[in-house]
Design a protein around this ligand. Structure first.
Ligand code: NAP
Length: 274
């Protein structure tokens, strides 16, 4: 796939910054990337950051782009779409990373067809994101490949079957970084309670999470096999794992993720009825 498609970002904030960095690092030319925002200071900053063209008018940007990425906050999205609907003649591919906003609502506000809805997560800011995405039936195979290039520029991305699965993605990887932060926090606190210096406990906890993730990523074995390998009979790890399991660790995780899933559905419903 050629990297000459013109890609326009509406909203120049954190996620746009991450994606534009990823695209430029991945070989897309700054000449083909554009961004619009209402914040003039931020736009000047993006010109300095990337040498890209910036716009204060979303429709002017949209008229020059083959792909438009919506990177504004959810409460702004309907206004942005209606603004475009009145002024855009061509039908660019829309990639929306806006949390909770359904592709059907976007299609309704815009009156256009090809829409990808995606849910990235915050490690995207470091190029380590995990993104779930779904396409409506108007998105072509070529547009899907292009979407993979754009969202894959900040980490790994995966297609899911339908809109509801994006709520599952939200409950898993969207909110997931916070679950691991909680685990890191709890382990560091306990390390301190067991007598370690606070900073040492924190660093050991962070490095352990990082090392375990990298092992899970790079090893041929499943997480279960990796765990079995480090759990010797009557050893320290077995004592800790048994304690987790006696308190129904899997059920605790399942309940937490179901709460996130239910909340994502409710937020989507509320946005839909705005
Ligand atoms: N951050 C994440 O990890 C993450 C993960 C998944 C999904 N998302 C989604 O990604 C979207 C963007 O998040 P973000 O963290 O990048 O937000 P952000 O940093 O607040 O960026 C949004 C930008 O849009 C600007 N804006 C406001 N009204 C506008 C308009 N009418 N036209 C053009 N630009 C306008 C904002 O300007 P002002 O600040 O002046 O209003 C701001 O600069 C959100 O919908 C969020 O749900 C984020």
């Amino acid at each position: 796939m050629e990297k000459t498609t013109t890609i326009g970002f509406i909203g120049a904030g954190n996620m746009a910054y991450a994606l534009i960095s990823g695209l430029i690092d991945g070989g897309f030319s700054a000449q083909n990337i554009k961004v619009s925002d209402k914040n003039a200071t931020l736009l000047s900053q993006r010109e300095i950051d990337f040498g890209i063209e910036t716009f204060s008018d979303n429709t002017q940007l949209a008229n020059q782009c083959e792909v438009i990425v919506f990177a504004v906050k959810p409460q702004i999205l309907a206004t942005v779409c209606k603004e475009l609907q009145a002024h855009i003649i061509h039908k660019p591919l829309i990639i929306s990373i806006v949390a909770g906003a359904k592709s059907t609502s976007i299609a309704h506000w815009l009156g256009w067809a090809p829409i990808v809805r995606a849910m990235p997560n915050t490690p995207a800011l470091l190029g380590m994101g995990a993104t779930g995405m779904m396409a409506n039936e108007a998105v072509s195979a070529e547009q899907k490949v292009l979407t993979e290039q754009i969202l894959g520029s900040v980490g790994k991305c995966f297609w899911v079957a339908n809109e509801q699965m994006l709520d599952a993605v939200t409950a898993l990887s969207g909110s997931g970084p916070a679950y691991f932060f909680l685990m890191i926090e709890a382990m560091a606190h306990t390390g301190t309670a067991l007598g370690l210096n606070e900073e040492t406990a924190k660093q050991l906890s962070i490095q352990t999470a990082l090392g375990a993730s990298m092992m899970a990523d790079q090893s041929e074995g499943s997480p279960y096999q990796l765990r079995a390998k480090v759990t010797s009979k009557n050893g320290t790890t077995q004592a800790a794992i048994e304690s987790f399991q006696n308190q129904d660790f899997e059920a605790v995780v399942a309940r937490a993720m179901r709460s996130a899933f239910d909340r994502a559905q409710k937020i989507g419903f509320e946005l839909d009825n705005e």
